[in-house]
Design a protein around this ligand. Sequence first.
Ligand code: PLP
Length: 357
Amino acid sequence: MTTNNYTKKREGIGSLFHDIETSSYTWKPIKLDMEYELFYTGRQAFKFILDTISETHAIEKIWMPSYYCQHVTRWIKKVYNNLHFYDINPFEFDKVLDLYEFASKNDVVLINNYWGLSDTVIKKSDLPIIIEDHSHGWLTRNCLHSNADYCFTSLRKTLPIPLGGISWKPNSKFNNSKHDFKQDIHFYEVFDRLHDAMKHKNSYKNGSTNVSKEDFLKVIEETEDFLDVNHEIISLRPQDIKLFDTFLNYDFLSHKHENLNIVYKQLNRPDFMRIVQRDQHVAFGLLVLFKEERLWASLKNHLISNDIYPSFLWPDNKPVSDWQYVLNIHVDFRYNASDMEYISNTINEWIQMNTKH
Ligand SMILES: Cc1ncc(COP(=O)(O)O)c(C=O)c1O
């Protein structure tokens, strides 16, 4: 045990959200000043935008960032076959992306808000059409004040819901709500199964001996496989809209901000490890970068053996710099200052073991 007086969480730190009773948390309310459309996934929200654009423009090329979530790229390729790629370094935040170097007026460009830290300066012009993905930066300044033509977010990365997506048109609204979305009993069953897994995680967290970790963890994988092959936009059930709307009214970013400030102060910074952070911005999580895969794997194993479960953001991408191995540690509303201290101590302990004396 690395931290005195810290009681480890039975469910560990990270992975799937547990089912939440909002009354157990004191979250800051927030009023979203945008007209939006809700979906079951970020992918469907993205497809909806592309379908909307296609109604009035023949899209010649869809430009995707070369460094991106490979699941989404693969999925979009199935529904739009005109994907092209532009190079980008997701850890360089000050560089202006010059869209006009590669895109022309009948194209669409997807820009990603990397780790919630990008504020891509988008050159003002009517075309090409720009879509921005804020899945890792929900409620960041760039998300709320984007000057893209369209935006979307995968909500399940931030809100404690099984699945969810949102699209909006900054400073405007969609005028094509006539879309016929599909009802799909099988999709609803998958959603409910994942929701049950979140409920099981909650019981496990609260000490139930009738549930094992495997019961809820295996459902995550099954759901990912299903999402990969489902290419329709599914119409939302009223109870799910209600669920999403409940959580859209809370400021989940400020909690992360407080947690990150604690962990940033407590962490040691050896030269073989980098923390991805940026002044005046709030990152998606505690993002740790390595040049060496060996050190990345060693910290990952150390974290897991201490019940901290990091996520691996996009290991299948081509390396864009020497610092290419990323671990993301969750610092969201589920965690408090003593959890942050536990995370910092666990990492500092590993740093010490890996520092030559
Ligand atoms: C940056 C980013 N955008 C979009 C998505 C797709 O979201 P969803 O899984 O809700 O379709 C993901 C991951 O799944 C992602 O990492």
